[in-house]
Design a protein around this ligand. Structure first.
Ligand SMILES: C[S@@+](CC[C@H](N)C(=O)[O-])C[C@H]1O[C@@H](n2cnc3c(N)ncnc32)[C@H](O)[C@@H]1O
Length: 219
């Protein structure tokens, strides 16, 4: 009987049904593409230290990575320079208007190794077993269907692939961001680990965000 209950719990964690609650947290509305200029504000370099963030993740030339919730490509462009011409960046977003701006930025910089992917709220449209890294910067809290999205992202990771969430620190009232757009480390771990990931480390050097790194949990 106990074994049956355990099997059911594991099954529901990895195959959520429509009845299963997504999370107890209310998701934030996806950021409107008309506000996209905020994503490339000059202060962002100081506030979010994108190059230091990517240095810490030790991305290698030739890596295949996904920037899920890529917006206009603030991280996709930087990732593309790092993985080089032998690597690949899949820039996923659900808003075509964001991807249109990303395309302009990509073409201007001649970064041919970025492929644009129009995902849906339940499917990142990534190929199974293809990624060394999935990066989600300021996006997980916007997922309306986190269980389905994370199932797709988990399937897309190679066995040794890593998942990285960057979220504004919910623990810190001094971070000047609306509460729905922040997450505590505990919230992230409580949601992500049951979805089939193992917590590797949390990096805390950014002024406003934590960088939370996971491995794919193998069965
Ligand atoms: C706050 S913006 C961050 C953009 C980018 N990561 C950055 O750091 O500049 C969040 C983006 O996630 C996208 N998004 C929200 N839900 C999504 C989903 N289920 N799949 C893919 N993208 C999503 C939104 O359309 C928006 O472009």
């Amino acid at each position: 009987m106990k074994l049956l209950a355990l099997l059911l719990t594991v099954h529901l964690a990895f195959h959520p049904t429509d009845q299963a609650p997504q999370t107890r947290r209310q998701p934030a509305e996806p950021m409107d593409a008309r506000a996209a200029a905020w994503l490339v504000r000059p202060e962002r370099e100081e506030e979010e230290k994108p190059e230091q963030t990517l240095d810490a993740l030790k991305i290698l030339p030739g890596d295949v990575v996904a920037d899920v919730g890529a917006g206009v490509g603030y991280f996709s462009l930087r990732l593309a320079r790092r993985v080089g011409e032998k690597g690949k960046v899949f820039a996923v977003d659900i808003q075509q208007a964001m991807l249109d701006k990303l395309r302009e930025n990509r073409d201007r910089e001649r970064l041919d190794n970025i492929e644009l992917v129009l995902g849906t709220e339940t499917d990142p449209k990534l190929t199974p077993n293809s990624l060394d890294l999935a990066l989600l910067v300021d996006v997980y809290h916007e997922f309306s269907h986190p269980a389905e999205m994370m199932e797709g992202i988990r399937a897309a990771l190679k066995p040794a692939g890593r998942l990285v969430l960057v979220e504004y620190r919910g623990e810190d009232p001094a971070v000047p961001i609306k509460p729905l757009h922040k997450m505590t480390e505990r919230q992230v771990l409580e949601e992500i680990v049951p979805m089939g990931f193992r917590h590797l480390e949390t990096l805390s050097f950014l002024p406003r965000q934590h960088i939370i790194v996971f491995a794919k949990q193998l069965h």
